[in-house]
Structures are given as C-alpha cells and as structure tokens.
Design a protein around this ligand. Structure first.
Ligand code: ADP
Ligand code: ZN
Length: 521
C-alpha cells in the first residue's frame, strides 16, 4: 500500500484532473492522512470542497475507493462529474438493472474503477459484501456522515451498520467520514457510532461570512415575500416551506404575481421533480419553492437568497438550508419568517413520537425559538450553537445592522409571573393581558380576576420598543391548514389599520416569556 505521496505529485494531479492550482484549506493534509492509512473525520461547511478530499486520493491510490452516499440522485451527479473529468467512477444502487450491476462489479474486480459510489442499503446486502471482499478496495469514504446520528437533521437508520460492514470487507481500510454538520453533539455521536474516536479530526470554521441572516415577523408574509423577490428579480433563490401543500400554494402565488417559480417536493412525480430541479440549475427558472427534500448535494453556486416561509425544525437544519446560498463566495441573503405559531405547529407533529424522540424534538425547537427571539448577533448565536466562539459581533446580520431597542423588563416580568400565579396558572396570554391592562370583560368578571392585586398593574408599559416593526399592509394571516389557499394577485394596498397591531402588546410579551416553559413540558 502507498504510504505517502510527494506534495508535488499530488498538486500535479490536482491540476491535471480538476484544473485547480491550489488546495483549499486543509484539503491536502486530509488527503495525505488517508493515503497514510489513517482515519479522518472532516467537518467543513457546505461548499468548502469536501468531495475533493476523497476524490483525489481515490485517483492516486491503487484500487477502488468506496464512497457511501445517501442519495441516489446525488450519486449520479457525482459520477457524471467524475466521468467528465476522465475518471472511471461507477455507482451501485437500486436504480440499476441486474445486467448493469454485473457490469459494474466486473469492472471493479478488474481494477479499473477508481471510485465506487454505493448506497448504504446496497452495502448491507450479503451478495455485495461478498463482492467487495474480493475487490481491491483502497479506502472508504462516508459522505454526509451526519445521517448516522439521530441528533442530526437527516437520520438514516442504515447508516448505523456501516462500520460493521467495513470491518467485514477489510478491517484495515482507512475511513474518511465527511459532513457539513456543525453541532458538537452530532459530531460526537458520529465519531462514537462509527467507532472513529481515533480519527484525525479536520474541522474548519463554519462561519459563512458572505451570508446575511435576518428574521422577519410572519405578518403579511405573502406580500413581504413577493416584494422581496420582485426587488431581486432575475436572481436565483430558494423558498423553503414545511409542507408539500404549502409549496404548491406558494409557487402558484408567485406565478400569479409574475414571478418565475417552480415547486419541488417528494410528492411530485419523479420526472417533474427532476425537470424542475434541472430548470432551476440551468437558470430557466429563478425561484425554487421547495420542501427540505430539495437541496442536499445541489451544487448551484449562485443562489442569492434562501427564504424560510415556515420555521424549520432545528437550527442545524436551518443552517444547512441557508448554506445553499452564496456558494460562489458572493453575498447571499437568508430570511426566516418567524411566528411562534409555527413552533406550536411543529411541536404538535411530534406528539406521537416516542418519549426520548419527543424530548429531543422539543429541545431542537426551543433552540430555534431562542434564536428567533434574541436580539443578539445572529452569526454569534449560530456559531456558538455549533461550538464556535465569536468575540465580536459580525456586523452583517439584522441584529447587528438594525439593533432592536431594548429595555430592562424586570418589573414587567414580575407582573406577568404574579398574574399567572394569581389566576391559577391556567389562563392564556390574551386573558392575562386583559388582567394586566385592567380590561374588564365577562371573563375577568366571572372569574373575579378584577379583585386581584395584579389587575391593571400593567396599564402603562414601555411597549413601543418591543413591538415588531410595523408593516403597512392588511389581510391574510395563516389560514386553517386544511383549507387550501387560493393564489391571488396581491396589490399594493392603502394604509389600513392592522388588526394585529391593535392587539395588546402584553400578549406577545407574555408569549415570549412562556415559550421556554411550554416547550420544556
Ligand atoms: P462540499 O461537498 O464541501 O459542499 P464541494 O466538494 O461540492 O463542497 O465543493 C464546492 C465547490 O468548490 C465545487 O465546485 C468544487 O469544484 C470547488 N473546489 C473544491 N476544491 C477546490 C480547490 N482546491 N480549488 C478550487 N475550487 C475547488
Ligand atoms: Zn451579526
């Protein structure tokens, strides 16, 4: 087995095959580590150039490298790319016919194949194991390694068996696990489950300096959305929605309003899905409205904005999805439309899960809530979530560029707690707001809450500073989920009073306070 290769030869190969004259970041050290026969664990954000870390050693080492990859579509893309570079790469997955499988296997055994992409399901099959035992394998790359962790955003149970299978092929094979997952918890889980505690860890900063992060209130979202996209016409963007139905509605809405958009979700006919994706990649369409089924492995460098129409299930997922903006290094904008109602909705989806899973899901959601509500630099929050400390504020997020006015709410917090206690801990924010403001109605009367000492305590409060920015429009709040929304042409409206803004500011204040508690239950 080759144990080292001169830096010059490696660089020459980089130029010859890929046309690059420099390694990026730690690519060279990572490649040398595999060639030396060591295990590697590579943590780099999307777009950093992870693929090259296994493609190049595969080319220079004798034998065939196995690349375990979770998505069939992704495999095909990568194989096509390698073939275009003049490298013999093949894949083995359920999309192949028996004859094709036999041909691929024969080529691998003959020793001409440099990279064999294989799905974890296929790896699990006994016949494939037998075949791989006969082949001359150089090393094993595990792409998207976070799929092994239940804490990650994309758990695939088949990933759990990978290490045992590799041992069965050849216990001495070097392994390189790669992921753009940034949370320390998932990282530990990957290393433990893959039994890669002795791997050399290569971790680069996850800071995507060219991405601008912003949270907006989900008020009048359709108008905000259309206004934003029209203000950036001709630019490529992705709108992430939670449900397939919402994807369809929003892509219709955009179309009706003159925006060149297409839907993408797992419920679409595979051919339609594929052709919509191609249209986006080939710049025939500007905006992809999609569920999170869209994006993994999509290498479109010039995505200028990623908008989350609905709150994501975790910050981890959010970071991956926003990471698809600005892969070319130029600016990308990431806007999340946020309302606490979305969190409650997501929380409801978890109700049938097993206890431990439910707890985990709640924890992930509460982290999302913190992120959306805190006035702290967004990048600082994201990176600290991923275990990276940033000393200075970034200067390139909404909180840095438009800091919200803050005030010490010690008194107000005490009043709310008093009101919650005095009313017996069973009333909603709307009722508590009435009590605090001293608003008399049939409920405050019938429960005799007007006699409480907290009644009217908060009649005057410094609200103007915590209300979300006033938007100028009227109408549609989130409708009933089962009633499909009709796409409509949205016109600029005259200034009308917003019913939202007439609600007591105490309501949103109380909701912000109870968020953490509710989710902890
Ligand atoms: P990741 O898998 O980390 O998301 P990719 O492997 O898809 O990233 O690489 C992102 C882009 O960077 C690709 O277009 C790739 O060709 C390019 N790239 C990788 N390494 C280099 C390099 N050393 N020099 C220039 N471009 C590179
Ligand atoms: Zn910032």
């Amino acid at each position: 087995m080759t144990n080292s290769i001169s830096p010059d030869v490696l660089k020459e190969q980089l130029k010859k095959t890929f046309g690059f004259s420099q390694f990026r970041g730690e690519q060279e050290a990572i490649i040398q580590n595999t060639i030396a026969g060591n295990h590697s664990f590579v943590l780099m954000p999307t777009g950093a150039g992870k693929s090259l870390c296994y493609q190049l050693p595969a080319i220079v080492m004798p034998g065939t490298a196995i690349v375990i990859s979770p998505l069939i579509a992704l495999m095909k893309n990568q194989v096509d790319q390698m073939v275009a570079f003049g490298i013999n790469a093949q894949f083995l997955n359920s999309s192949l016919s028996r004859a094709e499988i036999n041909r691929v296997k024969a080529e691998v055994i003959s020793g001409v194949v440099k990279l064999l992409y294989i799905a974890p399901e296929s790896l699990n099959k006994q016949e494939n194991l037998n075949f791989l035992q006969q082949a001359n394998i150089s090393f094993v790359a595990i792409d998207e390694a976070h799929c092994i962790s239940e804490w990650g955003h994309d758990f695939r149970p088949e990933y759990r068996k990978i290490r045992t299978i590799i041992e069965n092929i050849n216990a001495k094979l070097p392994i390189i696990a790669l992921t753009a997952t940034a949370t320390p918890k998932v990282q530990q889980d990957i290393q433990k489950t893959l039994n890669l505690e002795d791997a050399t860890v290569f971790k680069t900063s996850f800071n995507r300096k060219n991405l601008y992060y912003e949270i907006r209130s989900k008020k009048d979202i359709d108008k905000q959305l259309i206004r934003y996209i029209k203000g950036h016409s001709g630019k490529a963007g992705i709108i992430y929605c939670l449900s397939r139905k919402r994807v369809e509605e929003i892509s219709d809405l955009l179309l009706v309003n003159g925006i060149n958009a297409l839907p993408y979700h797992a419920g679409l006919d595979p051919q339609v899905r594929m052709s919509n994706q191609e249209a986006f990649l080939n710049e025939e369409v500007d905006v992809m409205v999609a569920t999170i089924a869209f994006g993994m492995g999509i290498d479109k460098p010039d995505v200028r904005f990623v908008i989350h129409y609905d709150a994501p299930k975790s910050l981890e997922g959010y970071y991956q999805e926003t990471g698809r903006a600005g892969r070319d290094g130029l600016d990308g904008t990431c806007i999340l439309f946020y309302t606490y109602d979305d969190i409650l909705k997501l929380d409801k989806f978890n109700k049938d899960k097993a206890v431990s899973e439910k707890e985990n899901a709640k924890l992930l959601l509460s982290e999302m809530v913190y992120y959306a509500n805190l006035g702290v630099c967004r990048r600082k929050q994201l990176l600290s979530y991923f275990g990276e400390h940033m000393a200075e504020n970034c200067g390139f997020c909404d909180n840095c560029m438009h800091p919200t006015a803050t005030f010490k709410a010690e008194k107000e917090v005490t009043w709310v707690l008093d009101a919650v206690k005095q009313t017996g801990e069973k009333f909603d924010a709307e009722h508590l707001a009435d009590v605090l403001e001293g608003k008399s109605n049939q409920y405050t009367q019938s429960y005799e809450h007007e006699k409480l000492s907290c009644f009217g305590m908060g009649a005057i409060a410094p609200w103007n500073v915590i209300e979300p920015e006033e938007e100028d429009d009227d109408d549609d709040e989130e409708g009933d989920d089962d009633a499909p929304k009709k796409p409509k042409l949205l016109k600029k409206s005259k200034k009308e009073p917003n019913p939202e803004s007439q609600k007591s500011p105490w309501i949103s204040f109380i909701k912000q306070l109870v968020i953490y508690d509710l989710l902890a239950k």
